[in-house]
Design a binder for this molecule. Structure first.
Ligand SMILES: Cc1cc2nc3c(=O)[nH]c(=O)nc-3n(C[C@H](O)[C@H](O)[C@H](O)COP(=O)(O)OP(=O)(O)OC[C@H]3O[C@@H](n4cnc5c(N)ncnc54)[C@H](O)[C@@H]3O)c2cc1C
Length: 498
């Protein structure tokens, strides 16, 4: 039995902790705040409740697997998992709208044909077939296996089989999401639908490689899911599973240093001046935090994937509305910006700042646990903002509310109060500088969008969660927990559990 110190009680770290405890290790989680879940927080007031982190769950199989491997009760017995249908409703810049059915290719093709004109559905359906090829080629290395030592191969190869595009005398193939939109989808609204998947991860679709086609594919193939009571319930269930398997949690316990002995990680130092010895240390924190814990010593060797520092955060506005949620309301509506170029330039240009007219995701869960009674509705608005000091402050909340009026008729008349969550709040919850939120790992782009491996330069020190392979987002962070547990239990030869 080894002693394992886990830094942070984020979702990736807790996934690793539960698996390591089941493997017979003595696991202690040190969390600087007073609660578990990291980004998965909840805000409650006057009988209303809101997720302040992610509000939907892609690929629940990752968490189902955790619950299968760590105990008797399957995930479905611990939380209420429901599929969201339609998967999302899109309100485009030109006024057209479409509700995209959940996980049904025929349904999606028909809906897009009806909303955007004949042929649009077929073009999207054909795109999804190519996106599936990209998924099949990257699923193992970018989700299920430890990062390949020859990771450069992943950065060099574009797994998306782009169509040849003849232009003047040249034949080219789409290398970015924006080019897939322009050359293969050939409809500004389909392009906006595609690009919204990258933007939701804080990525610039003009620079995001075509391999990001896996993002809409994952949603299409595996569905969009909601956890009753809010996503925070998933964090509570994982925390409970950890405790049931003997994981010890120490809250209000900020780790201030990782100790080394004979070239190996040997334990952690805490802000209260105490120290704890450990045979392995698992750090589920952002790269800047990890640097500090090691006193600036390099965490990664030469030739390894460097950490991403994170350029995008989220601005979230929580709306308490009087009046019932109308029957048939879509759970998620994406209100697209009326000016794509301006939005992308604001967010990703030379002087990053919040967009004046942002793309806004509106979540309207059908969940009595989030409202005081059936005569009220809890609505959450989210927009991507730069992760920069002072950027994305509460003064931009009005822009989100204005955009959301398109999705929620009579919004301002119904508004009882609103609460704003800024990047500073994200930083408070996760510790990541300026509230940066990590995107999932993606292939191609020279490896720029990969995350560092879970093993480090220092023997016995592993990294887990959204800032490590395979990157940010709930499924990916959950997989990082499985990978770290595998690497500790089976050793460096571990090549993935599926
Ligand atoms: C507003 C918002 C919206 C998001 N939306 C989505 C979405 O739609 N879809 C999606 O898939 N993902 C989304 N994400 C990202 C997703 O929530 C994370 O990638 C996922 O939860 C993984 O988190 P993690 O394991 O990296 O831990 P984190 O959530 O980053 O938590 C890190 C933990 O470590 C603790 N910690 C930090 N420093 C120390 C220290 N020195 N000592 C002890 N503890 C420390 C922190 O307090 C925190 O609890 C969103 C995130 C945010 C903030």
């Amino acid at each position: 039995m080894a002693r394992i110190a886990v830094i942070g009680a984020g979702m990736g770290a807790m996934a690793a902790a539960a698996r390591l405890a089941v493997a017979g290790h003595r696991v202690t989680v040190y969390e600087r705040t007073e609660t578990y879940g990291g980004a998965l927080r909840r805000f409650e007031r006057d009988g209303f409740a809101f997720d302040t982190g992610p509000g939907l769950l892609p690929l629940p199989a990752v968490w189902r697997d955790l619950f299968v491997k760590t105990g008797r009760e399957p995930l479905e017995e611990c939380v209420g998992l429901v599929q969201v249908d339609p998967s999302s409703r899109h309100l485009f810049a030109d006024g057209t709208e479409v509700a995209v059915p959940n996980a049904s290719r025929a349904g999606v093709v028909t809906a897009l044909d009806e909303a955007l004109g004949r042929g649009a559905g077929q073009r999207w359906g054909d795109f999804l077939v190519r996106a599936r090829d990209a998924w099949d080629r990257t699923r193992r290395p970018l989700l299920e296996e430890p990062l390949w030592p020859d990771w450069r191969v992943l950065g060099e190869r574009e797994p998306y089989p782009a169509l040849p595009h003849k232009r003047l005398l040249r034949t080219r193939r789409a290398g970015t999401l924006a080019e897939i939109g322009a050359w293969e989808l050939r409809d500004a609204r389909l392009a906006a639908l595609l690009e919204s998947h990258a933007l939701a991860c804080g990525l610039d679709p003009r620079r995001t490689p075509a391999s990001a086609a896996v993002l809409p594919y994952m949603e299409h193939a595996f569905g969009t899911w909601y956890v009753r009571g809010g996503l925070r319930e998933l964090a509570a269930a994982v925390h409970e599973r950890c405790r049931a398997r003997g994981v010890e949690f120490r809250f209000g316990a900020e780790v201030t240093g990782i100790t080394e002995k004979d070239g190996r990680a040997a334990g952690v130092e805490l802000a209260d001046g105490t120290a704890a010895e450990a045979d392995h240390v698992v750090a589920g924190v952002a790269p800047g935090v990890l640097d500090r814990l090691l006193g600036g010593a390099p965490v990664r060797g030469d030739g390894e994937v460097p950490p991403q520092r994170g350029t995008a955060s989220r601005l979230t506005v929580l709306l308490a509305l009087r009046g019932a949620r109308p029957a048939g309301t879509a759970h998620r509506t994406v209100v697209h910006t009326p000016d794509r170029e301006a939005e992308l330039e604001s967010l990703f240009g030379a002087a990053p700042r919040p967009a004046a007219r942002p793309t806004v995701t509106v979540l309207r869960p059908d969940d009595p646990r989030l409202v005081p009674d059936a005569e009220h509705e809890a609505v959450t608005l989210t927009a991507v903002v730069p992760a920069r000091p002072g950027a994305g402050g509460r003064e931009h909340a009005e822009e989100l509310i204005t955009a959301a009026e398109r999705a929620v008729p009579g919004l301002r008349d119904r508004l009882l109060w609103h609460e704003v969550r800024t990047p500073a709040d994200v930083e408070a919850a996760t510790g990541a500088a300026d509230g940066a939120v990590p995107p999932p790992a993606l292939a191609a782009a020279g490896g720029r969008l990969l995350h560092p491996s879970n093993g480090t330069r220092l023997g016995g020190l592993f990294t887990v969660g959204g800032w490590s392979h395979p990157g940010g987002g709930l499924p990916h962070a959950g997989m990082s927990g499985a990978l770290v547990a595998g690497l500790i239990v089976e050793g460096p030869g571990f090549r993935g559990s599926r």
